[in-house]
Design a protein around this ligand. Structure first.
Ligand code: AMP
Ligand code: MG
Length: 329
């Protein structure tokens, strides 16, 4: 199968919307990472996502919609979910809620809940609108590998496996959406940290007088359906570990070192960094591009410095991804 990049011209956007209506897969940019989209109510189309990504069937998909009205057709909203959707959509917040019957089992891996989100990226919104469909879209990469934040990343992993890629530049945020489970009455639970922070979520609920309490997670935030399966995720192929203080100083040319912030002094060939200025925002934006670049640099080992403590919730989201990248193999 030949993979083609489509620039976002009106004619191409209409062409890609029709492809989605026919049950084809289209990779498209969102503000978090590139997604691999399919008609969410077409089980056959959604099955193609799992095949193209080599994604296990027990890892459910996030369904993308234009807004709350369309989301309510797929999921049973409660007051808290409506408040959060109104406050943070369109944006990088995914809500897990009881599903309605129209959502095929393949989307939710047979679970009674569905994950929904309204993306903010104008091109994702455009394809939602032109197709008139809810779009199931996990990250547009091979399962387990570093997520894609550019069209080139998508082609790199899925080239030859999908036909359509909408080329829309780099993703702004750079890490996957915050996932919040609201399927249990009167409580909410963070399943995956992201750009929308637990503090923002609590504040939004409090402001509207909604009495949902945050159920604190255990050590493993993202609750995998097959236990242990997602301990390793977002991983480069090269051996990858978090950098300790000692390793920060040591030097071996076949070990790549990714610093949180650009170090002072001359740059060695094995030196990389996530951010020039040290902000979590710029580090998140660059994270997956840097991991991919270093992964193809011929190194034996990659050491990555985690975000400093108390650098905010986005820094925690980055550390969550780095910890998973370094996870059990
Ligand atoms: P992604 O691969 O970034 O699109 O994210 C998909 C992730 O969303 C899955 O790996 C799950 O962790 C989470 N997810 C999707 N649907 C559900 C659900 N019904 N319940 C809990 N988590 C979900
Ligand atoms: Mg993914």
């Amino acid at each position: 199968m030949q993979t083609r990049l489509y620039s976002p011209t009106p004619a191409n956007l209409h062409r890609l919307a029709r492809a989605l209506q026919r049950g084809e897969l289209v990779a498209l940019p969102t503000e978090t990472v590139y997604g691999l989209a399919a008609h969410a109510l077409d089980a056959k189309a959604c099955r193609k996502i799992f095949t193209a990504k080599r994604r296990p069937a027990n890892d459910p998909l996030i369904v993308h919609v234009s807004g709350l009205r369309d989301a309510e057709k797929l999921a049973e909203f409660n007051d808290a979910a409506r408040v959060l959707a109104r406050r943070f959509w369109p944006g990088p917040l995914t809500l897990v809620l009881p599903k309605r019957d129209v959502v095929p089992a393949i989307v939710t891996s047979g679970q009674a809940t569905v994950a929904v989100r309204a993306p903010a990226h104008p091109l994702a919104r455009c394809l939602l609108k032109l197709s008139g469909l809810p779009l199931a879209a996990p990250s547009a990469n091979l399962f387990g590998y570093v997520s894609p934040t550019s069209a080139a990343h998508v082609v790199n992993g899925l080239g030859g496996r999908i036909r359509y890629v909408l080329a829309g530049g780099e993703c702004n945020v750079g890490v996957e959406s915050t996932i919040v489970d609201l399927s249990v009455p009167k409580q909410w639970r963070l399943l995956r940290p992201g750009a929308i922070t637990p503090t923002q979520i609590s504040a939004a609920l409090r402001k509207k007088g909604i009495k949902f309490v945050q159920k604190k997670p255990g050590k493993n935030l993202l609750v995998p359906l097959a236990p242990g399966m997602l301990d390793q995720h977002y991983s480069p192929r090269t051996k990858f570990a978090l950098m300790t203080q000692l390793e920060k100083e040591a030097d071996a040319p076949d070990t790549a070192k990714i610093y949180w912030q650009k170090p002072r002094g001359p740059r060695a060939a094995n030196m990389f960094w996530l951010s020039a200025c040290g902000s979590a925002q710029s580090a998140a934006h660059a994270l997956y591009a840097v991991l991919r670049q270093v992964d193809t640099g011929g190194f034996k080992l990659i050491l990555c410095q985690p975000a400093p403590a108390n650098a905010g919730a986005l820094a925690e989201a980055i550390n969550d991804r780095l910890t998973r990248a370094a996870g059990r193999r």
